[in-house]
Design a protein around this ligand. Structure first.
Ligand code: SAM
Length: 458
């Protein structure tokens, strides 16, 4: 039976454009222009300009319902429109986390429709205790968003459940914040988890954003306990709620992982991290004598080598570390001694040149780097591969293969480009760049979506 999307309450002052009205009603823009011309009772604009007017969402919805034009089941887009008022009052990441918290409550209580406002309010706030250092955002009173929250719960009931609904809202969020927010692409996250050998136990991401890497590890591994730190509180809360919806009991802290390490005693079973690139102000002055610089003090311009050492310091002996790094890290003169030390002690195991993709920050496709916190003995060979290329569809095994805790680094689809020789190249500062000898021309950027077919752990 056709149902309508719930109305917003008095506290909501959301407005919508003509294009958004068209999306709400599932029609084209021209139909909305026609309604405005032909129906004298169509709501008057409340803002915007003559060419781009905005309308009161509540009035528009009332009109659409009276006309029988709002008959579709709740959709992600209609819920996203309803959430506009929340987004006006909360940071967008927090507004999505708010929706996620409502979904968690709805899942645990078979819906929110019959729940008193005060109880819903308490339960939503309690969800944010999954992110202890950040606490709940300055949430608006639940009654002002009651219809929106009930609409979100209804959407989940109709379409695949709370986690699925939240992931679709999160996907919609990503399309609206492309400039302000960087997420690890799902396919890259899959690759990193495979390279780490689908780890179980404690998996740590010290730059976790909204937790795509941790969530992927959770879904692919067994008995994963996700632990993360993220500089910004909004994405940290979003990540915490996201992981809780995926069934985990996450420990996510907000703060600067390098300057204010929230997990100084952690010995994670695996560390997965796609850290920020090229940070100048990463704290070298304050952190000069930090115990994490086992392989040498990184230069001011070598923030990535600080991240590498932070990751290694938080992994248990033999624990896998998989990172995404810009290619310059393999060749900067300033990082030469640290790279040599990483190699000498067997911490660095594999370097894979990735094809260009949406996560490519500056036109230079990054490298996936596999490392492992050394056990006693060290001194293992380095595997290098060019993941942007594959010969004749044949699976190429990375020469040799790391064993032990980083067993997942053993083999990937890709093209082997060096073995052993790369060790010397990295150590002498020439970068360990994939040798061109015998490889033919560089393939150039490959579209990101093809990556998983080319790079897949056995
Ligand atoms: C490429 S994103 C990582 C995305 C994340 N791994 C995921 O799964 O989607 C890099 C993240 O590092 C965070 N960041 C930057 N500097 C940081 C710092 N010093 N400590 C912790 N997080 C930091 C950024 O806010 C951003 O969310």
């Amino acid at each position: 039976m056709a149902r309508s999307v719930p109305d917003t309450n008095d506290g909501d002052a959301a407005t919508v454009s003509a294009a958004e009205i068209a999306r709400l009603a599932g029609v084209g823009r021209a139909a909305v222009s026609n309604w405005r011309r032909r129906h004298g009772d169509f709501p008057e604009p409340v803002g915007g300009t003559d060419t781009s007017p905005s309308f009161d969402l509540r009035e528009v919805r009332g009109w659409l319902e009276r006309q029988g034009k709002l008959t579709q089941a709740p959709s992600v887009e209609s819920v996203w429109q309803l959430m506009d008022a929340a987004r006006g009052r909360l940071d967008t990441a927090d507004a999505v986390a708010f929706a996620g918290a409502a979904l968690l409550v709805a899942a645990s209580a078979s819906g929110t429709a019959g729940m008193a406002d005060a109880e819903l309010d308490d339960r939503i706030r309690a969800v944010f205790t999954a992110v202890p250092d950040t606490g709940p955002p300055a949430l608006p009173p639940v009654h002002t968003f009651r219809a929106t929250l009930d609409g979100i719960a209804e959407l989940a009931r109709e379409e695949g459940g709370p986690q699925e609904t939240f992931e679709r809202l999160y996907g919609r969020f990503l399309t609206s914040v492309t400039r302000q927010f960087t997420a690890t692409p799902e396919e890259l996250a899959e690759l990193m988890v495979e390279l780490a050998g689908r780890p179980g136990g404690t998996v740590f991401d010290p730059a976790c954003g909204a937790a795509t890497l941790l969530r992927t590890a959770l879904l692919r591994g067994q008995g994963v306990r996700p632990v993360g730190q993220e500089l910004n509180a909004g994405p940290a809360r979003l990540g915490g709620v996201r992981l809780a919806l995926a069934g985990a009991e996450p420990d996510i802290r907000a703060g600067d992982s390098l300057r204010e390490d929230a997990f100084p005693d952690l010995h994670a079973d695996a560390v997965l991290v796609n850290p920020p690139f090229n940070q100048r102000d990463w704290g070298v002055e304050e952190l000069e004598f930090d115990a994490r610089w086992e392989y040498g003090l990184p230069a001011k311009g070598d923030s990535e080598l600080a991240w590498v050492q932070h990751a290694l310091a938080r992994a248990r002996p033999g624990g896998a570390v998989v990172m995404v790094l810009p290619p310059g890290v393999a060749s900067r003169r300033s990082g030469r001694r640290i790279r040599a030390e990483l190699l000498r002690r067997g911490a660095l195991r594999a370097v894979i040149a990735l094809p260009a993709g949406p996560g490519t920050p500056d036109g230079h496709p990054p490298h996936a780097v596999g490392a492992a916190a050394p056990r006693r003995g060290g001194g293992r060979a380095l595997r290098c591969a060019d993941g942007g290329r594959r010969r004749g569809g044949r699976r190429t095994r990375l020469a040799g293969g790391a064993r032990g805790g980083a067993g997942g680094l053993r083999a990937v689809r890709g093209r082997a480009i060096g073995h052993g020789g790369g060790v010397g190249a990295l150590a002498d500062g020439s970068g360990g760049r994939p040798s061109r000898r015998g490889r033919g021309p560089h393939p150039g950027p490959a579209p990101h979506p093809r990556r998983p077919r080319r790079l897949r752990a056995r």
